[in-house]
Design a protein around this ligand. Structure first.
Ligand code: SAM
Length: 272
């Protein structure tokens, strides 16, 4: 069995070995028999068996060829399970998830080295998702559940917060993995909202504004917006005044609703 091979650090292979934590993640994922589930990085299958037992359809994306082959063989007689031997950062997620009109549940103990990039990819397919249960480095998890103007507040907090209710379920200490990582982990759930938390107009403009506001954390919002693509043709003073936002504030002090006001105003200007 391939699972006896030494874990690969380059692929962030810290396998879950604590039965109690595994059961708690499965419970938090709220999998029902008609659910479609995407597991990113099934590894040695700590979560996979229970997911396949409970769900109606399961897709696994695993970059380690040996582990992908192992899963493919294990599930060869189960047509509900599909194994994709590939890089989650390159796989066309939209194509994978459009295979069914059902909304997907994502479950993953994410490789830490690419977790933020994976989050950005998941944001792009948010309309295909109903729930995500993700294990992240604790620090990254704290960022997602943090408030404006706290050091951890960041781009992903705002972008994911537009589409999901995010809550930290529990912290997982290093000893629950093999090999043990150096830091704590946390399991977070992301429940998709039925409509976005705020009207942002054009979503691309919203993303552009948020990314610009956090691009230079020490600079004022007005300075950050000057270099944003979507404000190129805009009178910034008029934008900030109309949205009742002081341009001397730092970008990271804005709430999601304030980012939405800026984005909506710009979207309406661009489309008129
Ligand atoms: N789910 C298993 C568990 O909980 O024990 C494994 C989790 S381990 C932290 C991360 C898994 O993601 C590994 O199996 C690793 O091979 C896989 N992986 C790493 N980079 C990947 C990528 N770019 N695309 C898909 N899978 C990846």
């Amino acid at each position: 069995m391939s699972s006896s091979r030494r874990p690969l650090k380059s692929l962030g292979q810290n396998f879950l070995v604590d039965r109690n934590v595994i059961d708690k993640i499965i419970l938090a994922a709220e999998i029902h028999s008609d659910d479609a589930v995407l597991e990113i990085g099934p590894g040695r299958g700590a979560l996979t068996g229970q997911l396949a037992e409970r769900a109606g359809r399961v897709v696994l994306i695993e970059f380690d060829h040996a582990l992908a082959a192992w899963h493919r063989n294990l599930f060869k007689d189960d047509e509900r399970v599909t194994v994709i031997d590939g890089d989650v950062l390159k796989v066309d997620l939209e194509a994978v998830l459009s295979a069914t009109s059902r909304k997907w549940k994502v479950v993953a103990n994410l490789p830490y080295n690419i977790s933020t990039e994976v989050l950005f990819r998941l944001i792009k397919v948010h309309d295909r998702l109903s729930r995500m249960t993700l294990m992240l480095q604790r620090e990254v998890g704290d960022r997602l559940a943090s408030a404006p103007d706290s050091p951890a507040y960041g781009v992903t907090t705002v972008l994911l917060g537009l589409w999901f209710d995010i809550s930290r379920e529990f912290v997982v200490p290093p000893g629950c993995f093999h090999p043990s990582p150096k830091v704590d982990s946390a399991v977070l759930t992301f429940s998709a909202l039925s409509s976005p938390r705020a009207d942002v107009g054009n979503e691309d403009i919203f993303k552009n504004i948020v990314k610009s506001a956090f691009s230079m954390r020490r600079k004022t919002l007005a300075n950050c917006l000057k270099s944003a693509e979507c404000t190129r043709e805009t009178d910034l003073a008029e934008l900030l005044k109309s949205c009742d936002i002081d341009g001397r504030r730092r970008g990271e002090t804005l709430s999601l609703e304030e980012f939405a006001r800026l984005s909506l105003w710009l979207s309406e200007r661009t489309s008129s």
